[in-house]
Each structure stands twice: as structure tokens, then as C-alpha cells.
Design a protein around this ligand. Sequence first.
Ligand code: NAD
Length: 389
Amino acid sequence: MKLSNRIITIDRTPLFFGNDALSSIDRFLRLTHHDMHGITESGLDDHSANCGKEIFILVDPNTRKYCLPLLQEKSGILAKAAVVEIEGGENSKSLATAEKIWNRLLEAGAGRNSLLVNLGGGVVSDLGGFVAAGYKRGIDYINVPTSLMGQADAAIGGKTAVNLGHIKNQVGFFHAAKAVFIFPGFLKTLPREHLRSGLAEIIKSVLISDGALWRRLLKHPVEELLRQPADSRLWLNLISGTVKFKNRVVMNDYRERKLRKVLNFGHTVGHALEGFSIMRSGNPVLHGDAVAAGMVCAAYLSYKKAGLALADLETITTYLADGFPAFPVDVLHKQAIMQLMMHDKKRHDGHLQFTLITKPGSPVINISCEEDEIMEALTSLTGWGTLSG
Ligand SMILES: NC(=O)c1ccc[n+]([C@@H]2O[C@H](COP(=O)([O-])OP(=O)(O)OC[C@H]3O[C@@H](n4cnc5c(N)ncnc54)[C@H](O)[C@@H]3O)[C@@H](O)[C@H]2O)c1
């Protein structure tokens, strides 16, 4: 399917979305990085043998194998860029990996005008954005997200971070990308569980923004959505709707003073579950799977504290429980998960604050919840699938 390239300009970061998105990269680089030595109308000029030093592409092993060849086929400029590879997975979102990349940049002679191109999922864009924000007090970067999580969420909005041990996103910067290029065709090689993980963020976006769309989504169980080709019109519509919604929110509240907190629906518990899985086995659950479980808890708290109807609670819980793996929360684990939540930035006056919904499509922020209420919400996970406790 051919879709025309669209540009949605948000917070001065242009977003190129669609099947032509990659074709815009060279034009964008020529227009915006004219101060970067060696970039001319025809690509790189002859006498700038060192211009390759100016652009670095950050990849993990999968994005190097599945996405880099296509990116370099579409961009003559990026075909000559240096490639920096990290190990894949959440454990790479660390200060140790950031330090390794900084050293690589330094050894390669990267300067203030260098550009980092983050080609990968949310791990690569969070980490690469963090590295760019810190290197020589800040260099430019662009995101080319390749996972559904990256395309629908992580690559947009300028939040960058690494984890501290098992606590998610504890060190980071707001450092907006110079541009984001979203090419849904990359999703064809994305493993199914990662497609499901990204879908969790799309469901979150629907639950906090659009009650009518939520009712339509209910007719398409997660399993059915995952059977559709990743570059089908259905997925394109879901991704572009989520991108537009996130953009609207970020544009109105870049630094998360107020409105942006709506995006945290399901994340206070979700981040703690991710952290807990790292602590317990060193092997984190997928971010979206943790967020799906977090949304079950947030729906329960919404029912208790924000007037969500029981029927809506049941529908949300059933839809998520049918589509996402159970998270094994044992009675004994709940205290550890609580502790992780207490480190979360959404704490206020000793109480944890949650983003909840009064009904699908209507979020409310800063709802303080007591420990026993949160414990009850975690208990709602134990009735899900094969959970123990
Ligand atoms: N900054 C934000 O606003 C924001 C928002 C949401 C999530 N996040 C972060 O995003 C991270 C999760 O992102 P993720 O789920 O993309 O994880 P990820 O980056 O680890 O990617 C998932 C897996 O898919 C592989 N992959 C990526 N694209 C591929 C492709 N096209 N073909 C084949 N394999 C491919 C990767 O190598 C990896 O193994 C979490 O750390 C989360 O905290 C950040």
C-alpha cells in the first residue's frame, strides 16, 4: 500500500509518517544540518573524508540486521555514517552502556555538530536520546523507530532516560529529537510479542482519549489485531492516531507539569512490575506487557476512586487479560512491588499518585491512593490467568 508522506509538526520536531517516510531523510539533513561539514545536494562532498565522523547510527543487533540495510538504501547520507551497536534489550538502558557509547563517540572524534541517529525500539531511542543529551552538553539526534512501541510512543515527545539498577527511567533528560521518521514497514520483521507489547501503549492511548474508539476496539480482540499484517491500513490508522494524540499532549505540556501525566495511565504499577522482574530474574518482562497489567490495576483503582463503572472495569480487565500474558504477582511479592512504586516520581506527600479514568476516554490525574488500596489493586492481578498468591 502506498501512503503519501505526512508531516505533523509538533514542538518544533517534525514527524515524517508513512511508507515514504525514509525518503525524506536526506532532504531533511541537507536542510537542517547545513552546518555539518560535507553534506551537499548530492550527498557527501568528496573532500570531506571525515564527514562520516559527523553522523553516527545507533543500532542493536536486530535493527542492524533487519532495518539498517533499508535505511541506508533510502539515505545516501546515512549510507556513509558510522554505526555503533549495543546489545539488545532493556538491560542496555543503563549508565554503563551510555558510557561505552560516549567513549566510542569520543574515540571517533564526534564533536558538537555530530548527529546521532537512533535506529531501533524504545531502548535505542531512550538510550540514544540520553547519550545525545549528555555528550558535549548536548548534540542533535533523530529517531527512526523500528518497533511498534517506538513508533507509537517512545520515539515521540523528547523524554530520554536510562534505568538505575532495577528502577526504571531514574536518570534522564527532556531533550527533543530534531526529527522523527516513522516507517511502519519496519514492523514486518518485529517479533509478535513485541508487536503485542507496543499494542499495550496504543490501547492505553485509546482508553485515555477516545471512548467511542475504545468501544470499536473491543470488537477486535488483541489476538485478532496481531494477526493483521503490521503494515496494514488498520495498523497504520492505529499508529497514526496514537502518534497524533501523543503529539497533542506533548505539545501542550512538554515537561509533564500537568496534562502529560495522562500518558502515565497504567505506568505506575507497570514500571514497578518491570523493575520487579529485573530484580527477581534479571530478565525484564516486556514494557507493554507490564503496562497491560498496570492498566488492569489502574482500572481497579479507577473503579474504587474515580467512579469508573463496574461494567467498564470488567470489560477492560477481560480485554487485557485475554490478550496479554499474566504477571505472576505472589502475595509475598506485593510488598517489594510497593517499594518500587514508592521510588516512582509520581509520589506526593508520601502518597502515590495515579492517573485514572472516570470512564473510557476521560482521564483524571494526581489521584492519591492509599497503600491498602494499591495492595487491593495488585490483588486484582492474582485472579488473572495462572497467577499464584
Ligand atoms: N521515552 C518514552 O516516552 C517512552 C515511552 C514508552 C516506552 N519507552 C521505553 O521503551 C522501551 C521499550 O521499547 P521496545 O518495546 O521497543 O523495546 P526494544 O527497543 O528492546 O525493542 C524490542 C525488541 O525488538 C527488536 N526490534 C526492534 N525493531 C525491530 C524490527 N523492525 N525487526 C526485528 N526486531 C526488531 C529489538 O532488537 C528488541 O529485541 C522501554 O525501556 C520503555 O521504558 C519510552
